[in-house]
Write a protein that binds this ligand. Structure first.
Ligand code: MTE
Ligand code: MO
Length: 423
């Protein structure tokens, strides 16, 4: 006789509000009730009604596109009408699975639009406090030894609606989607610095883009030596123009604005340059009157993407709660989920491999009983950094808070199963 499967409806909770053991997804016994019900009740369409079973398919194409049925999975654009070319587009995080952002959906942040650069006429100059200034064209850089790494890039302004006094009602990606994750391949900066020879008094590298306005930022030389790349490839193909074609700086785990796109100049210096984006912007006043400046590392953070704002649970049932966690300090060690607004917490399962400064997908089964509930997630990284409750973050950073929002995100489920953002 086959062993009886435990009914998911009688399984013990591991935390309040119906959270179940994360390992249940690994056992064959737990199939979500909605999934089995759907599989049993769906009737197969008669073959005659499926034209693709009877006609030859479409011909080959040189470059693949998503199915037209998926055309609504798109970046959401938040352009600044007053300043053309200045704005953002958000990655629709709630519509994606896994950790990799497809290249066409990588978020964008441009201060001056996307320059259309001819790689044959673009160079990178390495100069300043070096023994031998060097100029690289794209072809010569492509011949250097390269390294590939899966890394997130997050804008320092991501999630900044979290500082608003009341919760913003927009899909998760349209609030928190100024983060994307890709495999970046390029030339380690340390190789080029060694070739040029660094003067002993050099402390900073000033990176400049070839967009109109020549956006520039200062980065400590030590970080550049440690793990920065001249990025040339994104998920296996050459960078997209929106991501800095033909080359950009990759600064693992650090603020998005430092990942200078359309990179054309690296100047070694004893001092930072004090550019607009490290003085007037990407700095903030604290309640003490002191200002935060050079806040490089992106903090430990997580977000439930399913269920999330705008989605709706059809009936009391077992659901898969899933989301993303990341930290600019290293690997995610643990993600906890609460279904009772933060009174009790349970460990979520982490999809492997868990990589440093990369997105990590987490999952946990949840039995929703049809009553109002509040879902939250909180991440801890390998250095012990914890994602704070929103109230603690606001108390620490004050009303002038604008950048580096990493507070816990809470989704309220009402008794009709509708999901909205709550504090
Ligand atoms: N040259 C240049 N580099 C730039 C920017 C820019 O406007 N010009 N925007 C910066 C900001 S603020 C961010 S968050 C990231 C965004 O990278 P992405 O558009 O590839 O997502 O690029 C950074 N690099
Ligand atoms: Mo940014």
């Amino acid at each position: 006789m086959p062993a009886r499967r435990p009914s998911p409806h009688t399984l013990p909770e591991v935390a309040g509000g119906g959270l179940l053991d994360r390992r249940l997804f690994l056992r064959r016994g737990l199939v979500l009730a909605t999934a089995t019900a759907a599989a049993h009740t769906a009737s197969a369409t008669p073959d005659d009604d499926l034209p693709w079973l009877h006609e030859p398919g479409a011909p080959f194409t040189p470059y693949g596109q998503p199915s037209p049925h998926e055309r609504l999975t798109a970046r959401r654009i938040g352009a600044n009408r007053a300043v053309p070319g200045n704005g953002v587009s958000f990655t629709p995080l709630e519509e994606l699975e896994g950790i990799i952002t497809p290249n066409g959906l990588h978020f964008e942040r441009h201060h001056n639009g996307v320059p259309q650069i001819d790689p044959a006429r673009h160079t990178l100059t390495l100069h300043g406090r070096v023994k031998q200034p060097l100029v690289f064209d794209v072809k010569s850089l492509l011949r250097y030894p390269m390294r590939s790494q899966l890394l997130f890039i997050e804008c320092g302004g991501n999630s900044n609606a979290g500082w608003h006094q009341s919760p913003i009602q927009r899909p998760a990606g349209s609030v928190h989607g100024l983060i994307s994750c890709a495999e970046w391949t390029g030339v380690p900066l340390s190789v080029l610095l060694d070739e040029a020879g660094v003067e002993p008094d050099a402390r900073w590298v000033i990176a400049e883009g070839a967009d109109a306005g020549a956006m520039n930022m200062s980065i400590p030389l030590a970080k550049m030596r440690e793990d920065c790349l001249i990025g040339l490839y994104q998920n296996g193909e050459r960078l997209r123009p929106e991501q800095g074609y033909p080359m950009r700086l990759i600064v693992p785990g650090w603020e998005g604005v430092l990942h200078v796109k359309w990179l054309q100049r690296l100047e070694l210096s004893a001092q930072p340059v004090m550019s607009r984006n490290e003085t007037a912007k990407y700095t903030e006043l604290l309640p003490s009157g002191k200002a935060r400046q050079f806040t490089f590392t992106m903090d430990c953070k997580s977000l439930i993407t399913s269920p999330s704002h705008g989605q709706s649970l059809k009936q009391p049932d077992i659901y898969q709660v899933s989301g993303l966690a990341w930290s600019g300090h290293g690997r995610i060690r643990r993600v906890e989920v609460s279904a009772d607004g933060g009174r009790s917490w349970a460990d979520a399962a982490l999809d492997g491999p868990v990589l440093p400064r990369c997105l990590t997908r987490f999952r946990i089964p949840w039995r929703w009983n049809g009553q109002p509930a509040v879902l939250k997630s909180r991440a801890i990284d390998e250095r012990g950094n914890r994602q704070p409750e929103r109230a603690a973050l606001v108390a620490e950073r004050g009303r002038a808070g604008y950048f580096h929002y990493n507070g816990i995100v809470a989704w309220a489920i009402d008794d009709d199963g509708r999901v909205s953002h709550t504090y």
